[in-house]
Structures are given as structure tokens and as C-alpha cells.
Design a protein around this ligand. Structure first.
Ligand code: MG
Ligand code: MG
Length: 249
């Protein structure tokens, strides 16, 4: 079922989105060689709870942390750990969700640890830009397929591949609501976009092949070919005036 949000509900989602955006900016500033992903998780937990938010991920299907941290060939759902120390040249995808007054915000960024290679920088840039290509199509009257195809076309034109197993989603009182928003598709196909919908768009783009697998920890998704992957996400409100990114400062 698709939930349609009122203006007042979008106002609460704006606050949840802002808290997620602030948390990610704090984490971006904290990423440096020598910090562990477990420390990043502590920073996120402290910031979210200090501002009366609840981390969306903690306890979600048993997930043990407030953020997901996915390094290099890890695509999504990496579990933060004190033992996972970031090294110069790594890239780390940080996915963060928070609940404020019962409503969710969800966003992700990929950040270089120190200086990344030009190849890794390009992968991150294209993935972020592909997210904005999707946002540009998240207009009332367009269809899900228009958003999906815009993301896919942009990423594949740059020589990258789109992960198929994980997708964007509706969001509101639940972190994951209908509809699913794949990062690939056909223009003009799929559900019609309506005012009051909120969508989390989240391209996961691989430098090599699209294939992924899940590690023995049953969470961490990695690329099959060991090549790096990047992930960017925003929660977007569909208003009569156009798409509004809620997870922005
Ligand atoms: Mg997310
Ligand atoms: Mg999401």
C-alpha cells in the first residue's frame, strides 16, 4: 500500500531528514585514516539520540548498529566494528536512518578516506550524480520507470553497472514502504507518481560487474568481482512544486 503524506506530515519528515543529513555531515568530517567504522557508529548514535531521534537501523531485523558502513568492494549493509580501521585510499559508504516523532529519514553518502584514486573518485561522483538524475525525474505525473531509467542510463553510460538485488523504496512511518524504486527500468513504465508520496532513491553502482553476494555475517553485501562500489541516497518528498530533498542541510 502507498501512503500519501499531508503537508504537516512532510513537515515532520523534514525534521527527520535534517537530522539524518546533519549526522552524515558529522560522519563525513570524522572519516580519516585510522578511525574505525565502530567509532563512526558511536558518533552517529550519539548525534541522533542527543537530538531526540531514534536510529532507524538499530535492531531492524536484528541489525546491531545505527549506521551501515560498507568499505571498498562492500556495497551495502556493512556492520560497523571497532576492528574495521579505515585506511588511506579506502572509500566508505555510510547509510543512516533516523526516526523523529514517528517518521523516518534515510540517506547515504560514499566518502574517500584521505585521498582516493581518481578511479574511485569518479565512481563516487557518477553514483552521486546518478542519484540527482533520479531526483530530477521524481515529479508528480512521471512514473517510477522514469526515475529508474534516468539513474540507470546515466550510470551505465559512464561504464558502470547497477546493482539489481537492492532498490529504493517508499518511506514514511515505516523505513521501507511501497513502492519499490529500482535503479534500472523503462521510461513511462511503473506506478504513477503522486503528490504526497515520499521516496528514498538510492543507486548502488559498481565499478565492475553488477553481481553481488552476501558475506557469512548475513548482512554485508559485496561485489562478486571484488571491484569497488558506491552508494548515495536521499529521501525525497513529491510536492506539487516538484521534488524536495528532505535529507539535505
Ligand atoms: Mg539508507
Ligand atoms: Mg533506503
Amino acid at each position: 500500500m502507498i501512503t500519501i503524506k499531508s503537508k504537516a506530515e512532510f513537515e515532520i519528515m523534514r525534521r527527520a531528514g535534517r537530522l539524518v543529513a546533519e549526522t552524515l555531515e558529522k560522519l563525513r568530517a570524522a572519516v580519516k585514516p585510522g578511525i574505525s567504522t565502530g567509532e563512526l557508529d558511536q558518533i552517529a548514535y550519539a548525534h541522533i539520540t542527543r537530538h531526540k531521534g531514534v536510529p532507524s537501523f538499530k535492531g531492524y531485523h536484528g541489525f546491531p548498529a545505527s549506521i551501515c558502513t560498507s568499505v571498498n568492494d562492500e556495497v551495502v549493509h556493512g556492520i560497523p566494528s571497532k576492528r574495521r580501521v579505515l585506511q588511506e585510499g579506502d572509500i566508505v559508504s555510510i547509510d543512516c536512518g533516523a526516526i523523529v516523532d514517528g517518521w523516518h529519514g534515510d540517506a547515504a553518502i560514499t566518502v574517500a578516506v584521505g585521498h582516493a584514486t581518481p578511479e574511485a573518485e569518479r565512481l563516487m561522483k557518477v553514483t552521486e550524480d546518478s542519484l540527482y538524475k533520479g531526483v530530477e525525474h521524481a515529479y508528480v505525473g512521471q512514473r517510477i520507470g522514469d526515475v529508474s531509467a534516468a539513474i540507470q542510463r546515466y550510470a551505465e553510460d559512464q561504464g558502470y553497472s547497477v546493482v539489481r538485488e537492492y532498490v529504493g523504496h517508499g518511506i514514511g512511518r515505516q523505513m521501507h514502504e511501497e513502492p519499490q524504486v529500482p535503479n534500472w527500468g523503462t521510461p513511462g513504465r511503473g506506478m504513477l507518481l503522486k503528490e504526497g508520496m515520499a521516496l528514498a532513491l538510492e543507486p548502488m553502482i559498481n565499478a565492475g560487474g553488477a553481481e553481488v553476494r552476501v558475506l557469512d555475517d548475513r548482512w554485508t553485501v559485496v561485489t562478486r568481482d571484488g571491484q569497488p562500489s558506491a552508494h548515495f541516497e536521499h529521501t525525497v518528498a513529491l510536492t506539487a512544486d516538484g521534488p524536495e530533498i528532505l535529507t539535505k542541510l
